[in-house]
Design a protein around this ligand. Structure first.
Ligand SMILES: Nc1ncnc2c1ncn2[C@@H]1O[C@H](COP(=O)(O)OP(=O)(O)OP(=O)(O)O)[C@@H](O)[C@H]1O
Ligand SMILES: [Mg+2]
Ligand SMILES: [Zn+2]
Length: 153
């Protein structure tokens, strides 16, 4: 039996667990460290042993809850992730991320001529063409995207 305590518990906040190995810093970029209070602790664990995944990453963020838009962005780059809301040290709610059929406002269309990239404010919208691996198409110009990290809005 191996005893370990890799990250200290948090009182209130969000745990994003079962992130694909090495992807936690990308997920952290979606969370947006700069939007957090400087007195709220963020713990990042890379390359943690996991029964289910072999290796995984974990993020624990104090005093933060994710917007639905950020959850959708996380689902694109870390589809195996689970999100737990911690209240008073206990898991209040745990869910898997899932990709909706339409992804609105999360990505920029790579087509510079697309109507969503023009000065008038039109929100981007992508439809799911394929789920494994994920392939999306712009709802306006049909441009396909599979490199989500570089097209986050
Ligand atoms: N007070 C806490 N502070 C920080 N992380 C916590 C706290 N309580 C639970 N967690 C983390 O939240 C996640 C969900 O907790 P839970 O007890 O359901 O985990 P688990 O039994 O390992 O389940 P699974 O790994 O199958 O999701 C885990 O990553 C756990 O480490
Ligand atoms: Mg676990
Ligand atoms: Zn487009």
């Amino acid at each position: 039996m191996v005893r370990e305590l890799k990250i200290t518990p948090i009182k209130n906040g969000t745990v994003i667990d079962h992130i694909g190995n090495g992807l936690a810093l990308d997920v952290l970029r979606i969370v947006g460290v700069q939007t957090l209070d400087k007195d709220s602790t963020v713990s990042v664990a890379l390359h943690v042993r996991s029964g289910k995944l072999g290796w995984k990453d974990i993020l624990k963020v104090e005093n933060m809850e994710l917007s639905p838009r950020k959850v959708n962005a996380i689902a694109l780059i870390a589809p195996t992730a689970t999100i737990s809301i911690i209240r008073d040290f206990k898991v209040q709610e745990k869910r898997t991320v899932d990709l909706p059929d339409r992804i609105v406002g999360v990505l920029r269309c790579p087509n510079l001529n697309c109507i969503t990239n023009q000065p008038e404010p039109i929100e981007s919208e992508f439809t799911v063409l394929r789920r494994r691996p994920v392939l999306l198409a712009c709802a306006y110009c049909e441009r396909q995207v599979d490199d989500f990290l570089h097209h986050l809005a």
